[in-house]
Write a protein that binds this ligand. Sequence first.
Ligand code: GLU
Length: 505
Amino acid sequence: MERKVRVRFAPSPTGPLHIGGVRTALYNYIFARQNGGDMILRIEDTDSKRFVPGAEDYINESLNWLGIGIDEGVREGGKYGPYRQSERKDIYRKYVEQLLEGGKAYMAFDTPEELEKARQEIPNFQYDAHTRDKMRNSLTLPKEEVARMLENGEQYTVRFKIEPDREVVVNDLIRGEVKINSNILDDKVLYKSADGLPTYHLANIVDDHLMEVSHVIRGEEWLPSAPLHVLLYEALGWKDTMPQFVHLPLLLKPVGNGKLSKRDGDKLGFPVFPLEWHDPNSGEVSSGYREQGYLPEAVVNFLALLGWNPGDDTEMMSLEDLIKKFSFEHCSKSGAKFDYKKGIWFNHEYIGLADNERLTELFLPILKEHGVDNPDKEFVAKVIGLVKGRADLVPDLWTQADFFFKAPETYAEKDVKKRWSPETPAIMEELIGVLEGIDDMSSANAEKIVLDWIANKGYHLGNVMNAFRLAVVGQCRGPHMFDITELMPKEEVIRRIRRAIETIK
Ligand code: GLU
């Protein structure tokens, strides 16, 4: 029987969502949409020591910014809730009992000191079939002793009893059958009496089962946990409804070997988080894609191609396109280099495609930072239309268009040297006269009139136009000169030429 596709993104709120986590969420979302399935957001917060305030909101805001929709979750609700594990305490307790009663798990009373001692005395110590009989647990201690300790309220953990010498098979959609021997697994802690909470492993399995998750799509770093998860499904009697595993390739450093880290981003100057993050404990601020001026569709497109390809060389794909084309068959097993420059390229392309009005809204706060308050939005949109093809990130719109909002105060020295000769002021005076005579400053019309004048006078076209540009822009760069003067009030253009004549010596 075909199961309904139900996937979950299950982050732990231990800090800002890493860009790799965003990719995981994205693939889950795409897969759910493609199959008419449900996308669950489950908050895995059973490790209270690692809980960071604000992290859950950050996750929600990030997914929302990127257009990764959630069908069931803390905010969305749903009939499988609660969706925060810390609120599911009572649910887990029942399965802990079930495992204990069935002999699939046992209670361990070893103190941290005792565990440390074992680690020092036994080479390569792990708590397993070969060592558990030397430890203080409900398998080695007399029944009455265990009962007495429980009565006294002594703390314990519940450990999974891994059977030795078993071949465990993990079926993975990308990797095929991954086989390991159970001897390498340790008797993982599933529950701690101290806080009455399960650990990640138990809570994760119980919730995937109860929430009827059909596919567990997550990063490769969780592959080592998968054999244990398979055994847990078996021990709980849920083998037949075990989800299909899909472990996505790691994101690798842009240069060198190994996993992408925050340090790589700091060193090479790119964010590894979707949104800016203010660490509540250290006060440290980490940059985010949104605040750096990336568009969400660029980030989505860029991330989608880290570990997957459409089978041809199509690069530009909207979320809709991705939902049509995506398949795990075209996901790679090996890690994907985090080519952040490709991310910039995508952003450049998407800024070029974006509505001027939308970019205006993103640009207004940047204008404000530069002291431009309440500009005319229609004017801003036109300016953006002129320069957006030259911007990689939204703030580049300012570097490309600053002169539209502020008259130049200085003039680029090397351009002055090259383009401003002793004859220039007189020619610029003449140009003012020509401009004053033009009624229709539209680009093509003004261009024709000015170029005719230059030709009639036999002036050097390049020198005149560059001096004109130097006066209006402050340096010899920017869009087509007559596109600039079409947008700028004519009086302003003239004022700037006058000022250049007075200032440049
Ligand atoms: N809570 C785990 C995480 O932080 C979930 C891993 C999984 O998807 O099973 O990524």
